[in-house]
Design a protein. Structure first.
Lengths: 314, 444
């Protein structure tokens, strides 16, 4: 067995010195199928989308007499920036992401601090706290819509009635807040796990020393724990934003779009297969979104690589 | 050597399983059907194995969705030539449009060629609504108009009397008078979607003299009319009535939600599809025998009720059109109606109404549906499908919708805005100006 392995290794080892067959390409050869597959399933469709975005392609059901697809140049792109609904969707996306990320990081940190202590039933509490993250987003949204927010038979309505207050149609009156609530509920456990990892990586001797020196527990948290957690907070916020900016399920289930709840992904969906069936202009929207996403992702990756460098230095 | 044997064995297993699936598929045929999640459809889904599969050997795989989702999926599948469904449930909005665009199978020869199916028994108003240029593109599963349902006992207690042909002003006054903290005066649809809020609202819009688009002489849409005073009057009237005397959480309520509230005694009147009457008068209904019925309320026009039918169509791309027709002939045929009567939970009153003349001659149905059968038929006949408002409409005929492809998207997006107005969280003037820009952009 060993001998066979050696035999296969030897020519490569020798080849590094001057074998004409061992160009860098030969070593990359095994990766080629994967590369081809990638190009086929991601880059070609993207190029086709770019082409579509320059046409007025529509679904066949959208015209009574079949119309030929016309090349319209950059008309679709010009229309995007004059479209108030797209601007509204962008603004909703920003609000939804910022509120959801900030609140879930905040709650996640609080729960992580709680779980960092030993107490009776810790395992059970931890499992319960993680559960929302394990639920399918559609199920989570449905539970909130029907069992919590419903102004006919929702739990919140019962609580309001008990307190002698008028019932509130949460989803109709506050669509953005309702969706953010569900997102925060789902993403808090994720943040909590990241923060918990951060807290548990904190060396206990420093904390003990601070205690001996007479620091208050709030002082310890502010001066030692929080700076230590900074990296984890950034990581959590970054990963959270990447996922939450794509929120779709909760919107579809709870409001089905509309002012205050249509974010950019949902807007593109509405424009294309969600009812608009204007594939040409939907492609243009999608491409604008991709450009924005690349800009944000580049910034995020820079931040992330900065974090990793810090890690190496530390 | 071992590896070779391994490969051989795996190959054999693969071949064996392939042939097994191949023989399996010729033995038991399965067709896929997409239907709406309303009561009558749930009934047929439950009864299909015993009434259809047993005799024909064709299994039916149902996809049951709410109206809005179903529309998205069927439109996408039919339009892209997808093979997901052998039969889809659509209505008079889609059938002629898709049919004219060449996306659906013409059912006329199949229906006429089938002696037991009896094409001429189909109610003409419904059959015509599902046809274009004499070709029927979908077979009606049930047919409906819209009318006003009310609790006779509650109205009497409040000293309110409604004529058989009420006006919207009379209905609004009655609703406001009846309303208490525990009972709403009227249930009106407020849930976004052209087929939800859009349908109920457009009948009000029509009779208030408003319209979505004006029409060119050739029937093409000319200009969006959402910014016109008549449109604003209609929206103000509708939103105000719901806010003053409407159901709780109106912005999330449509047919099924209103049905629940009416049956639970939380609303006194309900303007909606005539098909609801079958459920209200069903043998297991808590409000059986307490209901009065009146024609769709009007303002400037003589009649305002809509015409709709949930009907089954075969997409051109259907993998198995022959079996799909066998299924449609069963589901929309005379025999199913007779077989379903004793089997469905609600009894005879709850069978799918409004599709066949012969349904109204079944003695058991006549007895069970005494309260609403005649007015349902009359309302369907009176539905002003070719001339619903006070001005000429663009596109194909339609009451609660405009028969042009753009209406689906415009209706959906505008009713999202209107739904917020009804909820009181947006101003009517803002919603109307945004909707005007959606409607004018769509026809460019």
């Amino acid at each position: 067995m060993n001998a066979a392995a050696d035999a296969t290794l030897r020519p490569t080892a020798k080849g590094r010195v001057g074998d004409p067959f061992s160009s860098p390409w030969r070593r990359r050869l095994p990766l080629l199928p994967a590369l081809l597959f990638m190009i086929l399933v991601t880059q070609l469709p993207f190029l086709v989308s770019i082409y579509y975005s320059l046409t007025n392609l529509k679904d066949k059901t959208q015209s009574l007499i079949p119309e030929p697809t016309k090349f319209v140049g950059i008309d679709n792109y010009k229309a995007i920036f004059s479209d108030p609904f797209f601007r509204q969707a962008m603004w909703t996306s920003v609000q939804m992401t910022v509120f959801a990320v900030v609140l879930s990081v905040l709650f996640g940190t609080l729960f992580a601090i709680l779980l960092d202590r030993r107490f009776f039933g810790q395992g059970l509490i931890r499992t319960l706290l993680i559960t929302p993250f394990l639920l399918m987003p559609v199920v989570a949204a449905l539970i909130w819509k029907q069992q919590m927010f419903s102004s006919l038979f929702g739990i919140l309505d019962k609580v309001l009635a008990f307190l002698g207050l008028n019932s509130v149609a949460f989803i109709s009156d506050h669509p953005l807040a309702s969706i953010v609530t569900v997102l925060v509920w789902q993403w808090t456990p994720f943040m909590m796990l990241i923060m918990l990892a951060g807290l548990q990586s904190q060396p206990s001797d420093i904390l003990e020393a601070a205690g001996v020196d007479g620091a208050t527990s709030f002082g310890i948290f502010r001066q030692l724990t929080l700076p230590h957690l900074r990296r984890y907070l950034e990581l959590g916020a970054l990963l959270g934003s990447i996922y939450i900016v794509q929120a779709f399920d909760a919107i579809d289930v709870m409001t089905g779009g509309g002012p205050g709840s249509t974010n950019v992904p949902y807007f593109v969906y509405q424009e294309s297969i969600g009812g608009g069936f204007r594939y040409g202009s939907a492609s243009a929207y999608a491409i604008v979104v991709v450009v924005f996403a690349i800009i944000i992702a580049t910034l995020a990756l820079r931040l992330l690589s900065g974090l990793l460098k810090d890690e190496e230095r530390a | 050597m071992k590896v070779l044997v391994g490969i051989l064995v795996m190959g054999l297993i693969a071949v064996a399983s392939l042939s097994a699936t191949a023989t399996g598929s010729t033995k038991a045929k399965t067709i896929s059907v997409a239907i709406v999640a309303n009561g009558q459809m749930q009934d047929i889904a439950r009864l299909t194995p015993s009434l259809f599969t047993k005799k024909s050997g064709i299994k039916v795989k149902y996809t049951i969705l709410d109206e809005g989702k179903l529309r998205q999926i069927t439109t996408r599948d039919v339009g892209s030539g997808g093979k997901a469904f052998d039969a889809v449930m659509i209505g008079p909005y889609e059938a002629p449009q898709f049919g004219v665009a060449g996306l659906l199978k013409d059912l006329t020869p199949l229906a006429k060629g089938d002696q037991t199916y009896n094409y001429n028994d189909l109610i003409p108003a419904v059959r015509n609504a599902l046809s274009a240029k004499g070709h029927m593109y979908a077979a009606p599963f049930y047919g409906e108009s819209s009318f006003l349902m009310y609790r006779k006992d509650i109205l009497a207690k409040n000293g309110v009397k409604l004529p058989l042909h009420p006006t919207w002003q009379q209905v609004a006054a009655a609703a406001r008078k009846i309303k208490t903290s525990s009972m709403a005066g009227i249930c009106l649809r407020g849930k976004p979607g052209w087929g939800d809020l859009g349908a109920a609202f457009t009948t009000v819009l029509n009779t208030f003299g408003g319209t979505w688009w004006s029409a060119k002489p050739n029937g093409q849409p000319d200009k969006a009319q959402v910014d016109q005073p008549a449109f604003k009057n209609a929206l103000d009237f509708y939103a105000k009535l719901v806010q003053d005397a409407g159901e709780k959480d109106a912005a999330n309520s449509s047919f099924n939600e209103c049905l629940t509230q009416y049956q639970a005694g939380k609303v006194a009147m309900w303007y909606d599809a005539t098909v609801a009457a079958g459920t209200l008068e069903a043998s297991d209904s808590p409000v059986k025998g307490k209901n009065g019925f009146a024609f769709a309320p009007v303002d400037k026009t003589k009649s305002s009720g809509w015409l709709w039918s949930w009907a089954l169509a075969i997409p051109k791309s259907s993998p198995d059109p022959t079996d799909a027709w066998k299924y449609i002939a069963f589901a929309t045929g005379k025999q199913y109606l007779r077989a379903a009567g004793p089997l469905v939970k609600g009894g005879w009153a709850a069978i799918p109404p409004g599709t066949r003349v012969s349904t109204y001659q079944i003695p058991q149905y006549k007895k069970a549906a005494k309260a609403f059968a005649a007015i349902t038929l009359a309302a369907m006949k009176a539905a002003p499908i070719t001339n619903p408002g006070t001005t000429k409409r663009p596109g194909l005929p339609g009451v609660q919708y405009v028969g042009i492809p753009q209406f689906q998207d415009v209706g959906n997006r505008c009713t999202q805005l209107f739904s917020r107005v009804i909820a009181g969280s947006a101003k009517a003037s803002d919603a109307l100006s945004q909707c005007q820009s959606i409607a004018s952009k769509a026809i460019k």
